[in-house]
Design a protein around this ligand. Sequence first.
Ligand code: C2E
Ligand code: MG
Ligand code: MG
Length: 472
Amino acid sequence: MTSISSGSPAGLDPRIGRLERHIQDLMEELHQARYEQRRDTLSDALTGVGNRLALINAYNDAQAATAQGAAPPALLLLNLDGFKALKNSAGHAAADQILVTVAMRIRSAVRDNDVVTRLGGDEFAVLLPATPQSRATAVGNRILAALEPNIDLGNNSVRCGASMGLRIAEAHHSAEDLLQEADLAMEESKNEGRNKLKVFDPGTLHARQLQRQIVGELRDAIRSEQLVLYYQPIVELATGRIEGSEALVRWNHPVHGLIMPDQFIPVAEATGLIAELGRWVLRTAVRQLREWRQNPATAGHDFSMRINVSAADLQSLEFVDDVSEALAEESLAPESLVLELTESAIIHNNELDRYTLASLQRLGVGLEIDDFGAGYSSMGYLRKLPVDRVKVDRQFVKELGKDSTQLGFLAAIQQVIRSCGLDGVWEGIETAEQAEALRSIGCTSGQGYYFGKPLPEAEFTAQLARQDAWPA
Ligand code: C2E
Ligand code: MG
Ligand code: MG
């Protein structure tokens, strides 16, 4: 065995020096490899900015600094507007080029110690350590401005704006909480027309949570008889005679009490529960009408039942069958049912809508446009649609008396309705003066608190039985 401690003039074997250098090199290589590995695990391969893990690390560091007295960090979350469409039209390579440019522009709009990351797809997040809301907003707007110029793709150039959400971290936030709340703000900004920055609003979070809770509970509510129908009269203006009753759904919630339709119909529509809800309303209202016709105290009133139908119903192939079955089960003639459709429900005017409307018309039920004038209001389509009635939105009656020209305006609307061969119903009549003004311009039917508020079944039955109480 060779001894390495002998032979060298300085008393040191040269092999030791070589070995030491070798070890040194190996250590450096290892260090570099570790550094590169760490950089790779923390960076986004395409754009070179940080990735989700880098964001979480930076957030944890910033929160640790906050615990030591620093100001909390701010998170800007942004999503490119229309990126999917751009990717489909320009191709994958161009899409990558856009992402790289966007990352570079964001990087150049912020300070060195701000952490720019891509979370995947076209979603970027920027963590600004110890940054108050006013400064974070300014940085956010600077980023949006930096994204404004067209991006050059060689043979063409594209514009790629972004929608941005801002959330200042709070002590209890995990990185995931912070991202979720910034995401909510970003969605709001998308909804409000893009290329905007929105600051997180706790009210939105609350509304979202309530909506989520409502979705879960609504399904059970339909089955466990928590829904109720209220009925509101539609009267003949000249005589006060009830010519119809509109069924308006309410949710009798075991904890929150009576919830109005505006709070759950949109949720039901968005989740597809509207079909089941609509079937329940149809059957319940039709059964009620048959009961009123059979009840000796109310049988003298020959009026129709009006129900509100949603856009989804017109898109359902079973809807026409549901209506005809419900009527047949209660032995009611189709004319005794009027379906109220909002302008937005029929505005799609697609094949299925037209088919459903034509089938309903053949069946013989009444069709009415509800809230006429509230939305798109094209007088032109009044003539094209297979409807026989129009209910004018209550905003028009509300304006009565405020302006001397309003009555003339209502008279013109009434004239258009009549000249299209349709019947007009005026909703939102709250005073005797309004009723009288409408009568004076030839309106024949009305609905509103003046004639009666929506009432639960028993109370409406009692009012029917004392029809004399209706003002003439
Ligand atoms: P809509 O069909 O236009 O119903 C009229 C709304 O105006 C009702 O509100 C009614 O209570 C209210 N109203 C009636 N007279 C007056 C008045 O004189 N002044 C004022 N300020 N308001 C009056 P409600 O019951 O909250 O219903 C809101 C909307 O929810 C309805 O508007 C309808 O679009 C929808 N909706 C109600 N029930 C159903 C349903 O069973 N199915 C569907 N798809 N939608 C429904
Ligand atoms: Mg209605
Ligand atoms: Mg209406």
